[in-house]
Design a protein around this ligand. Structure first.
Ligand SMILES: [Zn+2]
Length: 51
């Protein structure tokens, strides 16, 4: 079950796009988009530039 890290609610709408991958919180007083999983690939690209 998905839980919003901002408000702790569990009503989320999964959303996937070319640029976005995550869950949109459906709580009326929150409504944030919570991204999932994108950070690990960004870090790997960064390491290659050092060599
Ligand atoms: Zn929320």
């Amino acid at each position: 079950m998905w839980i919003c890290p901002y408000c702790g609610g569990n009503h989320g709408l999964p959303f996937h796009d070319e640029q976005l991958d995550g869950v949109l919180c459906l709580s009326s007083d929150c409504g944030r988009f919570v991204e999932e999983g994108g950070t690990s690939e960004d870090t790997r690209d960064w390491d290659y530039m050092d060599m």
